[in-house]
Ligand binder design. Structure first.
Ligand code: 13P
Length: 259
């Protein structure tokens, strides 16, 4: 059985006081009976404060990025070791904003992903096509190439140990209010699982959680999560609102995915 993973990517939002308020609000109202895994992914500089609030709750901590090198002369960067030391368990790799705004390409993302896994953390690898790519019928080609390149030299043992999550985030659905329909999302998720099966074998592919991201919210969570290959949500805007985010956590409770 795959558990569902609901993760809030807070991006470059909130003041420190607002991050603390949001984490505290989530803690106070967190549903006791949830069966889903939950992660909060604030900006780097708010990680310790958020960790302090959620450390005795079922919520895990995630980081939005990392650098692949061991600690050293890399001004402005943050290492996997630094993240682990402050309680981080999940690290986003290849979010579309890093690919398309910051210009990160597959060879760098592969190094980051392998460094995260080598540190014993879990990488959430984000993949997805732009609107032009979708219109040109290239969704599978683009996502397939991202998976091939970014997952090069990743071991089956790392996957068996749960160190890899995939997030399908169609770029055209991020922050736009446009959500992929459950059918559109399921189609790509099934394709992704097929690619993971080709890379790692069917048994391991069945263990990997594949999240959907792109204007996910309380109102559309249940129908997305009802799809057989959608194993959770990676949420941007709606994760900044306690009732919206916990609504998605509640929607995930009791949903089971056969592996
Ligand atoms: P939105 O939920 O704001 O569309 O953002 C999705 C996302 O990029 C999560 O990583």
């Amino acid at each position: 059985m795959r558990k569902l993973l609901i993760a809030g990517n807070w991006k470059m939002n909130l003041t420190l006081a607002k991050s603390v308020d949001l984490a505290s609000g989530l803690k106070k109202n967190f549903p006791a009976d949830t069966s889903a895994q939950v992660a909060l992914i604030p900006t780097f500089v708010h990680l310790p404060a958020v960790h302090q609030i959620i450390q005795d709750t079922p919520m895990a901590l995630g980081a939005q990025d990392v650098y692949f090198e061991k600690p050293g002369a890399f001004t402005g960067e943050v290492s996997t070791e630094m993240l682990r030391e402050i309680g981080v368990q999940y690290v986003l790799v290849g979010h579309s904003e890093r690919r398309h705004i910051l210009g990160e390409a597959d060879p760098l993302l592969n190094k980051k992903l392998r460094a995260v896994i080598a540190e014993g953390l879990t990488a959430i690898l984000c993949v997805g096509e732009t609107l032009d790519q979708r219109k040109a019928g290239r969704t599978q080609a683009v996502v397939g190439e991202q998976l091939n390149n970014d997952l090069a030299q990743v071991s089956g043992e790392a996957i068996a140990a749960g160190h890899l999550v995939i997030a399908y985030e169609p770029v055209w659905a991020i922050g736009t209010g446009l959500t992929a329909t459950p059918t559109q999302a399921q189609e790509v998720h099934a394709f992704i699982r097929g690619q993971l099966s080709r890379l790692f074998g069917a048994a391991l592919a069945d263990q990997i959680q594949i999240q959907y991201g792109g204007s996910a919210k309380k109102a559309n969570a249940a129908e997305l999560l009802a799809q057989p290959d959608i194993d959770g949500l990676l949420v941007g805007g709606a994760s900044l609102i306690v009732e919206e985010f916990l609504g998605m956590v509640r929607a995930a409770t009791g949903v089971k995915k056969s592996a």
